[in-house]
Design a protein around this ligand. Structure first.
Ligand SMILES: C[S@@+](CC[C@H](N)C(=O)[O-])C[C@H]1O[C@@H](n2cnc3c(N)ncnc32)[C@H](O)[C@@H]1O
Length: 217
């Protein structure tokens, strides 16, 4: 699970303690992911983000959702749980290995019937879809350099009032460090673009590694 190193550790722990915790399926998925993927397990969303994603899907009344970056399935389960029984989530990833774990846990969580996996670069998957209002909800959590393209392709296919959630927008707090390298300048460019995009309203929440909520006007 992800370290929230820009929030005071005691406050971060308090936040988690006062958020509905993951159930046994999600706990077991987190344990298996740590065992199978080692250091890569930090890619999994945090438990409080998972609870928030389920609630956002429920509150928005979304029926059709898109995920970019599925990994071993934690966030997809949280999104699918918020959808109604006939709701659908298209889950995009490039890794057959990691998503084979996700497939097993979709069965265990009882949400497999709501999820369709699309393997391949997500930008190609999105561009292959008709440019019409197909989604009410989307979650972007993949390669950071692809975020701008995912955002544009999803926005073109989002209903007015639809919501896009974007993970890792605070980069462990390094987003405000002008000297930081790696993905930080890329993410700063993305954040600046979205904050000034008059097609949407935006709220950047300091939850876990930073979660930006974007609503299409
Ligand atoms: C941060 S992890 C996603 C974590 C996941 N949301 C969870 O809760 O466990 C990023 C994922 O993006 C995938 N990915 C990387 N580049 C991609 C691309 N071009 N298209 C689709 N998926 C990609 C990786 O294979 C990886 O599984």
């Amino acid at each position: 699970m992800k370290a929230d190193n820009f929030v005071d550790a005691a406050v971060a722990a308090y936040t988690v303690e006062h958020t509905t915790p993951p159930d046994d399926v999600l706990l077991s998925l987190a344990e298996e992911t740590a065992r199978l993927t080692g250091g890569d397990a930090v890619m999994q969303i945090s438990p409080e983000q998972g609870t928030l994603l389920t609630m956002l899907v429920q509150i928005s009344g979304a029926r059709r959702a898109m995920e970019v970056g599925t990994f071993t399935g934690y966030s997809s389960i949280c999104i699918a749980r918020g959808l109604p029984e006939d709701g659908r989530l298209i889950a995009c990833d490039v890794s057959e290995d990691w998503t084979s774990v996700a497939r097993r846990y979709w069965e265990k969580a009882g949400v497999a019937h709501k999820i369709e996996l699309r393997l391949g670069p997500a930008a190609d998957t999105l561009r292959a879809m008709p440019e019409e209002a197909s989604f009410d909800f989307a979650f972007i959590d993949a390669d950071k350099r692809g975020y701008r393209a995912y955002y544009e392709e999803i926005l073109a296919r989002l209903v007015p009032g639809g919501v896009i959630c974007v993970d890792n927008t605070l980069q462990s707090g390094a987003i405000v460090d002008p000297g930081a390298g790696g993905n930080v300048p890329v993410m700063r460019g993305f954040n600046d673009f979205v904050a000034s995009d008059d097609r949407v309203t935006t709220a950047l929440l300091p939850v876990a590694d930073g979660l930006t909520l974007i609503r299409k006007i």
